[in-house]
Design a binder for this molecule. Structure first.
Ligand code: FAQ
Length: 330
């Protein structure tokens, strides 16, 4: 069952003529902009693709707490500590909404977590990079949450009802996260020379990993064509990456920081920036588990899961007792 869920068959796009009557009726609903709800008929590939994407998204929110959680005890002021704590808690909430959305497709949260821990499901590549200084927390909020919003705003219009509704609240919270990150960057960039250098260094290290968050270039994206036909994805990876660069470069200029790309140029004709691609061999290495923090992140998650077993057991024992008492009373 696990293997079936991991291997999706979403790569081949069928024409309307090649579809069965059920598949055609389903595709026509999508094309009319109708939402698909959990009890509706859906092709197996649609269900599996959603489980893969929503599950990966949920895991990203949970693993994504680690690089920032690392700084809660070291935030420079009480106010910054409270803000960061709230942000990290929000990410836990996002993970939970998303696991719930995935559960409506017939997979349990425990199964998804087991797949993650067994290395059979992914989480976003970005969270395999370390947060070495306080400026990195600014860069994560500004760039990582910025990239996440760019990707997730269109997902509010995704075809699967529970996923699109989860996205509405998540996007509101991500906007606050992005603003708090930019606020940290402003303080650092306009602070002492050492702080400005720290902000520049954070931008240097997080720029290309943030561009990688949108996934491989369109020619290497396995799932985009079918996912877009099903409106599981609304834009291609390259479209969103371009929008992110166009939005972020003026923000870097306002901070007085330099985007670490000597090929970065405004292209009047296309109405956007030309920019260097990330190092895709690094991206695929990170996906294979060879990024700077992959092992550390997985160890932290597995340990947290094992350490929390007594809480889950306690809750279940209590729940079982209540069910037994209710049954006896009936
Ligand atoms: N990292 O064919 P495509 C956040 C994989 S939330 C790891 O283009 P697809 C909040 C992909 O799974 C960030 N793997 O795939 C926060 C596939 O492998 P598979 C997460 C990646 O799905 C902020 C293969 O490469 N957001 O940051 C990545 O059509 C701060 C081929 O790629 C979401 O998950 C990657 N970056 O497009 C939390 C949004 N990119 O499964 C804390 C929803 C690609 O066949 C602090 N997801 N892969 O083995 C999506 O929009 C899509 O899944 C994409 C990838 C765009 C990420």
């Amino acid at each position: 069952m696990y293997a079936q869920m991991v291997k999706t068959d979403s790569t081949k796009v069928l024409s309307l003529a090649e579809m069965t009557d059920e598949e055609r009726a389903f595709q026509e609903r999508i094309d009319r902009g109708e939402k698909i709800e959990p009890t509706d008929w859906m092709p197996e590939g649609y269900r599996k693709t959603l489980i893969r994407q929503i599950g990966q998204h949920a895991h990203s929110e949970i693993v994504g707490q680690l690089p920032e959680g690392n700084w809660i005890t070291r935030a420079p002021t009480l106010e910054r500590k409270a803000i960061l704590l709230a942000k990290v808690q929000d990410e836990a909430g996002h993970g939970l909404y998303l696991y719930c959305a995935a559960e409506t497709l017939g997979v349990s949260r425990d199964e998804l977590i087991e797949l993650l821990h067994a290395g059979k499901m992914k989480y976003s590549s970005i969270f395999n990079y370390p947060t070495l200084t306080w400026a990195d927390i600014g860069a994560v909020g500004w760039l990582v949450d910025g990239a996440a919003i760019m990707n997730q705003v269109p997902l509010q219009r995704t075809s699967f009802g529970p996923y699109s509704r989860a996205m509405i609240r998540i996007c509101k919270e991500e906007s606050f996260h992005q603003r708090q990150g930019y606020d940290i960057m402003m303080k650092m960039a306009k602070g002492s020379e050492a702080q400005r250098r720290m902000a520049q260094d954070a931008l240097n290290r997080f720029w290309y990993p943030s561009l990688m968050m949108f996934g491989p270039s369109d020619k290497d994206s396995v799932h985009s064509a079918q996912s877009m036909a099903w409106k599981i994805k609304i834009n291609t990876n390259d479209e969103l990456r371009q929008k992110f660069v166009d939005q972020t470069v003026p923000q870097a200029e306002y901070l007085g920081l330099t985007v670490p790309d000597e090929n970065l140029r405004w292209n009047e004709e296309k109405g956007g920036y030309d920019f260097s691609e990330p190092d895709w061999s690094e991206f695929f290495e990170v996906l294979k588990g060879n990024g700077p923090c992959n092992r550390e992140r997985m160890e932290a998650r597995v340990t947290a899961w094992e350490d929390g077993a007594w809480v889950r057991d306690g809750l279940m024992a209590h729940a079982d007792k209540r069910v037994a008492a209710r049954t006896a009373a009936e």
